[in-house]
Design a protein around this ligand. Structure first.
Ligand code: HPA
Length: 273
């Protein structure tokens, strides 16, 4: 058995005893978006540092715990706080929780983040359903020897973000009067925000938004056959002809202002799954 699989199974065995149930849907909450967790009827909360082989979070505003409970009648396992590559974790560490989720029974993953818009039609506070991504991170979580029992060597990324889930989310958004847009998410490693020229590059290569997370987890979810819904809150919009400064504080502020909408949307989607 591969080292990775051994580590996964250790975490899984621990969590199975803690949870004593089978979660159906995994949720990863992004920067400033942890509030959805408050809506979960909590059955069990497990701190990351108690879980064997789990990395622990270092960034302020990224709380580190796993929440098992019910949301819209569905059994969910939510990560409050995720691991970012820029924090110094390896890609294997960043994506470890997704592998654990799969072995616990999760077959659908809802992943949220905050991102910077580069599509001039976007406005701060918009919710972007990730249609596809461009991976510009310097490392790939699947690099190295492949454990075929986890997934194939060359997994397809054709439907990395499940199109049926996107359409369902659009219906739910329409019913609730929530504006959503579709877009391509470009992942850079960060942690610095982009220069005006980098924002421009992201636009030129076909991106609508740029961020520092999500793509590793989505690659691994696809590797393991988990369906993904990716939701990005556009916290700032870059205009290459009139650059203005973005700060992390602004990102968190806009993200938490959009949190209510996002919570309503995800709860609505869960009801229909
Ligand atoms: N760039 C990268 N990540 C981000 C941004 C941004 O402008 N806004 C929120 N997350």
């Amino acid at each position: 058995m591969s080292d990775l699989k051994k580590k996964i199974l250790e975490a899984v065995n621990f969590l199975k005893q803690e949870i004593n149930d089978t979660p159906e849907i995994g949720i990863i909450l992004g920067s400033g978006l942890g509030g959805l967790a408050d809506e979960i009827e909590k059955i069990k909360e497990i701190k990351y540092w108690d879980i064997p082989n789990f990395p622990v979070s270092t960034v302020k505003g990224h709380e580190g715990k796993l929440i098992f409970g019910k949301l819209s009648g569905k059994k969910v396992l939510a990560m409050q706080g995720r691991f970012h590559y820029y924090e110094g974790y390896s890609m294997q560490e960043v994506t470890f929780p997704v592998r654990v989720m799969k072995f616990l029974g999760v077959d659908t993953l809802i992943v949220s983040n905050a991102s910077g818009g580069v599509n001039p039609r976007f406005e701060p506070g918009d919710i972007m359903l990730i249609w596809d991504h461009i991976n510009l991170m310097p490392e790939n979580p699947l690099r190295g020897k492949n454990d075929e029992t986890l997934g194939p060597r060359f997994p397809s990324m054709h439907n990395a973000y499940d199109k049926d889930l996107i359409k369902l989310t659009e219906e739910v958004a329409f019913e609730h009067g929530i504006k959503v847009v579709r877009g391509v998410y470009v992942a850079l490693q960060g942690p610095n925000l982009e220069t005006p020229s980098e924002y421009n590059m992201v636009r030129v290569i076909g991106g609508d938004a740029v961020g520092m997370s999500t793509v590793p987890e989505v690659i691994v979810a696809n590797h393991m056959g988990i369906k993904v819904l990716g939701v990005s809150v556009i916290t700032n919009v870059a205009d290459p002809y009139n650059p203005r400064m973005t700060t992390h504080e602004e990102v968190l502020e806009v993200a938490s202002a959009a949190e209510k909408k996002l919570t309503k949307l995800i709860k609505g989607v869960l009801e229909r799954l």
